[in-house]
Design a protein around this ligand. Structure first.
Ligand code: MF3
Ligand code: CO
Ligand code: CO
Length: 261
């Protein structure tokens, strides 16, 4: 599939889908507490997306995925399947939301702390969030995908963490995963040149230990091979004439996009 350039109308629909996905993360915040299960978080989000937003949770039955959101806890890297394990104090959890509204997708994720995090966990989560923003800051017409990947990789490695290579950001629109693939590592000046009207996600996965990952027997959950902690943040971004627009921005990000380090 080739890279789609969104029309004005399509961009407006992407804005709506992006806003809805962001609002699910805002809604779920207060529920992420010690003792709740990831399965319960899934049910709350599914109900909100379908019944309040009148939208569709894109993960449900996507390539056989059994739930409506992804929840990845501690050493889980991505695509964790919500289940009956209770969250406990000190856990970090990524909640990844993708909604479809009026035929278009919005895809975003953030890390939540359950109770007070360890110093390592807090630092990993902040470095990963700032890695995502470092990538997003590169987005403007004329930038190459390799510039985004390089910026993220250089930032992460300067903090002695590692970037997961097996999973990447992606074009997004009428399809959940469109071209191009947006790698979170790379070489400046290489790869596709950005044009206004493109939409894609930036969603780096960063490990406290080595970058290698493995897939659990459930066929979905990706974990770090060395069982080190992993974090991920994701936004859906539009390339505009003079830069970019983050379509999944939350209220809490309006004043300050980066985390203080
Ligand atoms: N939301 C994930 C992403 O950022 C994809 C999840 S696919 C699923 O691309 F099937 F696991 F939901
Ligand atoms: Co995505
Ligand atoms: Co996602």
């Amino acid at each position: 599939m080739s890279v789609t350039i969104k029309t004005r109308d399509e961009i407006e629909k992407m804005r709506v889908a992006g806003r809805l996905a962001a609002q699910v993360l805002e809604m779920i915040q207060e529920h992420v507490q010690p003792g709740i299960t990831t399965g319960e978080l899934d049910r709350i989000c599914d109900d909100y997306i379908r019944n309040v937003q009148q939208a569709i949770p894109a993960p449900y039955e996507y390539r056989g995925f059994p739930k409506s959101i992804c929840t990845s806890v501690n050493y889980q890297v991505c695509h964790g399947i919500p289940g009956n394990k209770k969250l406990k104090r000190g856990d970090i959890v990524n909640v990844d939301i993708t909604v479809i509204k009026d035929g278009f997708h919005g895809d975003t994720s953030k890390m939540f702390f359950v109770g007070e995090p360890s110093i390592l966990a807090r630092r990993l989560v902040q470095v990963t969030q700032n890695a995502m923003w470092t990538g997003i800051e590169q987005v403007r017409p004329g930038t190459c995908l390799g510039d985004i990947g390089h910026a993220i990789q250089a930032f992460v490695e300067s903090h002695s963490y590692s970037v997961v290579r097996e999973y990447c950001g992606h074009g997004i629109g009428r399809e959940f995963h469109e071209d191009p693939q947006v790698l979170h590592y790379g070489t400046p000046g290489t790869g596709l040149e950005l044009q206004s009207g493109m939409c894609f996600t930036v969603e780096p996965m960063v490990n406290a230990g080595k970058r290698q990952v493995k897939l659990l027997p459930d066929g979905w959950t990706v974990v770090t091979k060395d069982r080190s902690l992993s974090a991920q943040w994701e936004h859906t971004v539009l390339v505009t004439e003079d830069g970019h627009e983050v379509l999944t921005l939350r209220q809490e990000e309006l004043g300050q996009r980066r985390a203080a380090q």
